[in-house]
Write a protein that binds this ligand. Structure first.
Ligand code: NAP
Length: 248
């Protein structure tokens, strides 16, 4: 019988949690603890960092974890790198559950950049109205261009913001193209900045930007160490089931 550690924080992780719970497997769902009220899961849930690679190795051993599925966000590169390293040390099989990156549809106006600094540099110098759809972690990077009005969409109401002209919408996805189109029209958005997260729930802003003929500055995913990857819940379940039968 496997005992699974499911590293979560994404819609895909929640879908997988339902499938694992439905299969009756022994599993623990793990959140970093970034949001005030994380989605309830149908699995026993723990919240908070493990304490780096060494902490995760200790956790895998003390909890008797037999398999790890990394279903974290594609931009959670630190956690993913730690999972690769810790599973190697503890000799625990690891599978990443990763959604494909977004590709541009005809009519899209995307400028792809490598990181936050590239996104900042790509914004104009003249004042603009920017839908800064990057979550809360890297907002301070954009303080170097305070001339822009920034529209932020955050899961939790923020404290003091590093951007002098920020407007905040508190909302949790998935979002719709109609809703995001209306949001961008209401705020007279001229530019969109987004991470290439992939997945259906966050894609709406890109389709809305295309409909409104707005430029999108799209940040490429960070590099993570090579690991086996599955793209669907069924593939992950097959991997878990296969390994469990073989006792690996
Ligand atoms: P990160 O930079 O890769 O992780 C930083 C540290 O947070 C990790 O080293 C780990 O701490 C802890 N951590 C991250 N995910 C964890 C998990 N699922 N369970 C336990 N500890 C975890 O990650 P991040 O970009 O801050 O993202 C944090 C979480 O938010 C992730 O779980 C991710 O799935 C979710 N999320 C991120 C984004 C994004 O754009 N980055 C968007 C949506 C959701 P220790 O080293 O102490 O173990």
């Amino acid at each position: 019988m496997p005992r699974i550690l499911l590293l979560g924080g994404t819609t895909e992780a929640s879908l997988l949690a339902c499938a694992v719970a439905g299969a009756g497997w022994d599993a623990v769902f793990s959140y970093a603890g970034r949001t005030a009220q994380p989605m309830a899961q149908p699995l026993p849930t723990r919240i908070g960092g493990f304490g780096g690679v060494a902490g995760l190795v200790g956790y895998l051993r003390s909890e008797g974890i037999s398999h790890v599925v990394d279903a974290t966000h594609p931009f959670a590169a630190g956690m993913s790198a730690n999972a690769v390293a810790a599973c190697a040390v503890a000799a625990v099989p690891l599978l990443a559950f990763e959604r494909p990156a977004w590709g541009a549809e005809p009519g899209s106006n995307w400028l792809r950049v490598g990181d936050m600094a590239g996104a900042l540099a790509a914004l104009p110098d003249l004042p603009a109205r920017v839908f800064l759809a990057i979550g809360k972690q890297h907002l301070a990077d954009f303080a170097a261009k305070p001339q822009h009005v920034y529209l932020l969409r955050l899961v939790d109401a923020p404290g003091v913001l590093p951007l002098p002209q920020a407007k905040v919408v508190v909302a949790r996805g998935p979002f719709t193209v109609e809703g995001d189109t209306a949001l961008m029209q209401t705020h007279r958005i001229t530019h969109v900045v987004a991470k290439n997260a992939g997945g259906a729930g966050a894609r709406a802003k890109l389709d809305a930007a295309r409909a409104l003929r707005l430029p999108v500055i799209l940040i490429d995913r960070p590099v993570v160490p090579v690991r086996p990857v599955a793209g669907t819940v069924d593939e992950v379940m097959a991997w878990l089931g296969h390994n469990a039968r073989l006792g690996v």
